[in-house]
Design a protein around this ligand. Structure first.
Ligand code: XLS
Ligand code: CA
Ligand code: CA
Length: 438
């Protein structure tokens, strides 16, 4: 098989003084940070769909990038050419994982039996390519939003036959995930929501989504899938309102329907910001609930109100993300670049520049997050801020050994409490800048 990205060499670490655009400035796979190699802290994954399939089509214009990789689109030759391109791409960047939707891998046929046959063929080919490499699947998923049959959702559809098709796609995508050694399986509820409550039975739809997830867990476990299932929250787009609005909503749903033992969350930066949160907020909410599983690494644009999926360049946000990940003791999943080149960045080199940018941004974020932890000023401030709770009263409250009446009597005896102490936000922001730019 001939080389596809002929003018692109293997990308190495050259350090921050390098001017070579095809070299890492910060991502040094073997560098040890807080006792672990960078490559172990940062299990990066290539998103099959953006990197190998998407050519830049948007609401107003067609593809600008040629992702044919020398084969005719819509054929199995093209599906295989994408595998070849993907493996060459991952090897040149030192990426060890990939994520896929079923229909990213092969052209979907009219009949699901034929689609599944094609998926068997392509997954055999992927397995062959995996041999002799350390490349594996991070997570798989089924695309239950693109085909018109899913216009009213998959688990939440009004049509019982469409529901059965969703189940069939999940079954096959789980088979593929297990076959390719996937660490996780994702449910992104793209069309699991509504446009208007005038035609929607929300309770009925949510119960059916939960039922489908239970069926997936039962089937997955029966074929030896030991990884995590993930919900990937997103508040809107394509639907006006999506049920997995944000981390807190998804956690509530998982607990309500008894799915919290098998599921964690896949938090995407741009989805958190669409929900009106910071990326760090949704990571923290997931982490404190024991549900931070995996990350879709991208960013939005504060001037655009939609899911722009830019490659991450914001080091401040990446640092706060890595701070949460380090505090969480790492991830069971990894960092999937669910990010796409801007439409005018249409050349093959741009695909590499984008991943170098994303990987370096998270590597720098990791370095800086470790410095924040080692520096200790932020953590110590937070600890000190709650120190009043160390006294006898605080302990009684924390250990549920006091009544509301006793607290009221204590308050009476005080007359008025002292002010609770300055939050020192500006001081802390100054410390952040000091660490980031030293
Ligand atoms: C779309 C989602 C999607 C999921 C996988 O907004 O991010 O790409 O990650 O279906
Ligand atoms: Ca997105
Ligand atoms: Ca995503």
């Amino acid at each position: 098989m001939s080389e596809i990205f002929k003018n692109i060499p293997v990308i190495h670490f050259e350090g921050k003084d390098s001017n070579n655009p095809l070299a890492f400035k910060y991502y040094d796979a073997d560098r040890v940070i807080l006792g672990k190699k960078m490559s172990e802290h940062l299990p990066f994954a290539m998103a099959w769909w953006h990197n190998l399939c998407a050519g830049g089509t948007d609401m107003f214009g067609r593809d600008t990038a040629d992702k044919s990789f020398g084969a005719e689109k819509g054929t199995m030759e093209h599906a295989k050419a994408k595998v070849d391109a993907g493996f060459e791409f991952m090897k040149k960047l030192g990426i060890r994982y990939f994520c896929f939707h079923d229909v990213d891998l092969v052209p979907e046929a009219e009949d699901i039996k034929e689609t599944n046959r094609r998926l068997d063929e392509i997954s055999d080919y992927i397995l062959e390519k995996m041999q002799g490499t350390n490349i594996k699947c991070l997570w798989g998923t089924a695309n239950m939003f693109g085909n018109p049959r899913f216009m009213n959702g998959a688990g939440s559809t009004n049509s019982v036959d469409v529901y059965a098709f969703a189940a069939a796609q999940i079954k096959k995508a789980l088979d593929l995930t297990v076959k390719l050694g996937g660490r996780g399986y994702v449910f992104w509820g793209g069309r699991e929501g509504y446009e208007t409550l005038l035609n929607t039975d929300v309770k009925f739809e949510q119960e059916n989504i939960a039922r489908l997830m239970h069926l997936a867990v039962d089937y997955g476990r029966s074929i030896g899938f030991t990884g995590d299932f993930y919900i990937e929250p997103k508040p809107k787009e394509p639907m006006k309102h999506q049920y997995d609005f944000d981390a807190a909503t998804a956690i509530g749903f998982l607990r309500q329907y008894g799915l919290d033992k098998d599921f964690k969350l896949n938090i995407e930066a741009n989805h958190a910001t669409l929900a009106g949160h910071t990326f760090q907020h949704d990571l923290r909410i997931s982490a404190i609930n024991g549900m931070l599983g995996s990350i879709d690494a991208n960013q939005g644009d504060m001037l655009l109100g939609w899911d722009t999926d830019e490659f991450p360049f914001n080091v401040y946000d990446a640092t706060l993300c890595m701070y949460e990940v380090l505090k969480n003791g790492g991830l069971t999943g990894g960092f999937n670049f669910d990010s796409k080149n801007r439409r005018p960045s249409y050349t093959p080199e741009d695909m590499f520049y984008a991943y170098v940018l994303g990987m370096d941004t998270f590597a720098l974020g990791l370095i800086k997050a470790a410095e924040i932890i080692e520096d200790g000023r932020l953590d110590n401030f937070v600890k000190e801020r709650y120190s009043s709770w160390q006294n006898e009263l605080g302990q009684k409250i924390r250990n549920n050994r006091i009544t509301l009446k006793e607290l009221a009597e204590y308050a009476d005896s005080l007359g008025a409490p002292e002010l609770p102490g300055s939050g020192r936000q500006e001081l802390l922001e100054g410390i952040m800048n000091n660490i980031l730019f030293k």
